[in-house]
Write a protein that binds this ligand. Sequence first.
Ligand SMILES: Nc1ncnc2c1ncn2[C@@H]1O[C@H](COP(=O)(O)OP(=O)(O)OP(=O)(O)O)[C@@H](O)[C@H]1O
Ligand code: SF4
Ligand SMILES: [Mg+2]
Length: 329
Amino acid sequence: MTAEGTAAATPLVSVESLTLRAGRDPAAPVLVDRVSLEIAAGESVGLVGESGCGKTLTVLAMAGLLPADVSKAAESRVLFRGRPIEACEPSPLGREIGFVFQDPAGSINPVLRVGHQIAEVVRTLKGTSRSDAHARSLELLAEVGIADPAAKARRFPGELSGGERQRVGVALALAGDPALLIADEPTTGVDMIVQEQLLTLIEGLRERRGMALVLVSHDLAVVAEVCDRVEVVYAGEIIERGAVDRVLTDPRHPYTQGLIRCLPGRAGHGVRVAAIPGAVPVPGAWPPGCRFRPRCAHAHDRCQASPGLLLLPDARAARCWLVNEGGAP
Ligand SMILES: Nc1ncnc2c1ncn2[C@@H]1O[C@H](COP(=O)(O)OP(=O)(O)OP(=O)(O)O)[C@@H](O)[C@H]1O
Ligand code: SF4
Ligand SMILES: [Mg+2]
């Protein structure tokens, strides 16, 4: 899939049949199963799904950051600007790809003052002098909405609020002026007001800088607020994709329909309705056929075989036999 008007352009990122396993053994459990997607320059894409579906591993693979104990299948390819990411020299991570980690501890060192940390990243990536890097660190702290950057730059991460630490994580990710920002659950552990502020910040940064954005969340409402396009992930597979507004108003997969029923306000009184019954099956215990079958109210005989990802008009797709059969679930 390519962005409107850029049919001939090389996507920023192409993930082709990404299969990831726990360990090197070819018989080890599959964690991410033949995921293919593309991110065009400047577009904002949300990756949404419940815990354990494979969202973080997918975006780590996009950044060339897979943990050592996770292996990528030989046929899987991750291309950055058309080149295998592992062959890109220097690595685009930090330079062209900024990564905001699900756990801020993944990028923020607790024993270094935040201004110093940002300045060191700027120096490494840009080769600037110490004083220029220091000045740039203050600019970045201001850009991510930290009040009184000069004073906050002298603090240790533990001396900041949770929301400020997340902003520092965003500032670190921006230090190389990336073309793509990947934000993995950037609002984890903060209250609703801070969540709103962080989402507004990320949306504004993306627009001002013209970056592409991949936003990972278990919450479809978060993705709907910031992204143009959504990829819904379930048990290691993409099960639905499309423009966010279309998917929200006309979800084609029963899992997406369940996620939408869980959104606040859908019950009519600003409260969440019942969650989807059951739980996501863990890797190694995915049921044969449609992996959503044990939780699906529409399951029928045919669902004992795996449905493919059916391509639909308007760059939409859904993985459900009912869609394949033309019946609306
Ligand atoms: N290094 C690893 N070794 C083995 N299994 C792993 C490893 N990292 C993740 N997994 C497993 O892979 C599956 C997908 O993990 P991932 O972190 O991508 O999920 P997620 O969708 O990001 O979930 P969450 O919303 O909880 O962050 C999970 O079952 C997880 O336990
Ligand atoms: S393929 Fe069958 S079990 Fe799977 S989501 Fe569709 S109707 Fe439900
Ligand atoms: Mg995750």
